[in-house]
Write a protein that binds this ligand. Sequence first.
Ligand code: 9WN
Length: 447
Amino acid sequence: TATGDRTAHRPASLAARAAMVLRDNDTGTLVTASPRLYPHMWSWDAAFISMGLAHLDVGRAVQELDTLLAAQWRDGMIPHIVFTSDTDYFPGPDRWGTDNAPQRPDGVRTSGICQPPVHAIALRRIIDTARRTSAADARTAEEFAARAWDAMYRWHRWIVRHRMPDPCGLVTIVHGWESGMDNSPRWDSAYGGVRPGPDLPPYVRLDLLKVDDPGERPSDDEYDRYLWLIEQMRRADYNPDKVVETSAFLVGDVFITAVFALASDTLAEIGDEVGADAERVAELRTWAERARTATAMSCHPETGMARDRDVRAGRWISTESIAGFSPLLCGGLPGDVEDRLIAALDSPRWTGHPDLLAAVPPSVSPDSPDFDPRQYWRGPQWPVVTWLFGWAFGRRGWERHASEFRAQGVHLASDGAFGEYYEPFSGKPLGSTNQSWTAAVVLDWLC
Ligand code: 9WN
């Protein structure tokens, strides 16, 4: 069926197309984040991709996480990119220069920063999917969980040890790329403090050649800052504490903090199921509680929206972005405050906006002066973010919201292009098409 210039696929055809995207982007041991724009494995993409794969082949889903965990750094960090041999992405492994970092893993090249810790959530979803499919699949998933649990615990421990330096208790990031929401206006003021030096080595962007309109990607000024931060980390040999000490960009990320709380609880729960070390399970629950409290404490006293914190400048960041709803992911707010936040999410400033094609949250409120409907993390809707909130809502017992997000998410993606992100009013797919994590979450919604 067609509405305007959008073709809407029926669920069975949409699911078949999503499966095809995952198969087409599969190199054998990893599914690239997208066919042209991102020819490598990304950390949080891999997590979502693996739970999509679980609907096709649980063994293959497990292998995806195995590939990612094989690239885990010796100190516990899961790097944000695991490089394939493809050379058509910038910055590639040479520019990252992680080969000399003492903690890097053997036999694989990676970037030197991390991304949101959604991996335990994916593992939970894989186990649940596998248990619904067959006893053999359930065994495969549970055996993997038992085997991979310690690695995931060490990843969470790395975050606690190296990324909770600020008294506000938020998980801090040293690069916008770590947030997964690279050029969100959340980071504008903090990036103002990043001044690329004259010794920033020259570079050529490859991303702009692979999208219809360069205006859908971050600007050159933004890229200079991204590259300058890498330069600084390289000079600190990717030593995690030195990086935190020296980085011009140091921000408490409330979305990552809430994800960390949710994922730590989830990993603790899986730990109970697979008989993991009880002390470690208890530690995870303590960390979850700490992160939940920090998330709740960040809320603006009047609007109730959660805030990031510019640690370098010592001030709160009140941008009206999707991250403001982070406490809904992990809980921890008093009932009346939480109700107000849900009402804000449903309101015309957000998912209730009358001009949206699909009632799922845009990355920035359309009523905010920062909103740009086509610009990456500055306004477009990202199906993967909708999935995460919808899954968390289901877990928190908010079935109506969870199923509404699922239905509206499917509606947004029903054109079958599997856009990386979508223009919220027209539903035009932007950035890359056949983006793996979009296919994965659509498959999960439909199965
Ligand atoms: C930089 C792969 C990744 C996602 C991020 C998204 C984008 C990379 C880029 O693509 O970031 O890490 O080159 O723009 O912002 O969330 O993981 O899909």
